[in-house]
Design a protein around this ligand. Sequence first.
Ligand code: NDP
Length: 328
Amino acid sequence: MTQPVNVTVTGAAGQIGYALLFRIASGQMLGPDTPVKLRLLEIPQGVKAAEGTAMELDDCAFPLLAGIDIFDDPTAGFSGANVALLVGARPRGAGMERGDLLEANGGIFGPQGAAINAGAADDVRVLVVGNPANTNALIASAHAPDVPADRFTAMTRLDHNRALSQLAQKTQTPVSDIANLTIWGNHSATQYPDIFHATLAGKPAAEVVNDQDWLENTFIPTVAKRGAAIIDARGASSAASAANAAVDHVHDWVAGTPDTSWTSAAIPSDGSYGVPEGIISSFPVRSTGGAWEIVQGLDINDFSRGKIDASVNELVEERDAVKGLGLI
Ligand code: NDP
């Protein structure tokens, strides 16, 4: 039998954790032939609720679930981890400035990076979901000098999926016929969903849409502000769709992306497309051989350039802020 893959999930007792763990245990993330051992990491106050989730996981009798352990200590929680999903984060509280938020998250993601460095498996792959995800991933990576930087990624797949769905609805095209959409930059309101290389059943999406006003004033803000719209409608933040995107991200990272399209993920920049090296920014990516690669050679028009630069500048500011706070 295949050796189980150790999957550590932080914030396991939270909303996203609750939507995520059952998908992982059922085999949707790593495939129907790969057993998994779940390692749930929580803060001490979250451990009891995590125990309840573990009881429900037991009650599903998932054939692929080879074990569940619960931790409140990062070093123990990440020991042997092959996949680490960093979901738990400190939400922005009332009156909290950006510096306070970055500092509070530095206190979480710095020690978690160090714990990954100390004890995760050699092939560990890290996906940060907890916000501010890109910069939290940068902090974790900075504390894991022995882990290759390209193993630290942040999630923009939900933004990508939201953009796919909006474009599908606008053009009455099945999602499966859309290829080569891109989310650039930060997982924040400045992110840039780019349709200029996308195709709809092989036709250039921008030509089919042919509506700059919709692009600028409906599509981009709808995708970027979708999280707030869901809170408004549901009375709680998106959780199942965020979990679904995390499953998609890790699935494609491990299994590879199809030849017919690329996807979006925030990965450390190698300087491509003028994005400063080392920043964890969203790019058009393909996964081959278990590693993400940035899709090269795309022409970037002036409209896209301005949008990409604005989001990347925000990431540079976040990086400089955490550097100033001594967090990286
Ligand atoms: P959720 O499970 O709803 O969200 C967790 C994180 O994911 C938040 O930072 C949230 O950011 C982020 N996120 C990213 N994308 C999305 C999206 N599209 N929609 C919604 N959220 C998104 O939070 P809960 O409060 O329900 O649970 C958090 C859990 O984490 C708690 O159980 C807490 O105890 C735990 N925790 C664990 C830590 C640890 O393991 N060391 C550290 C800190 C917390 P945003 O806030 O911006 O919505």
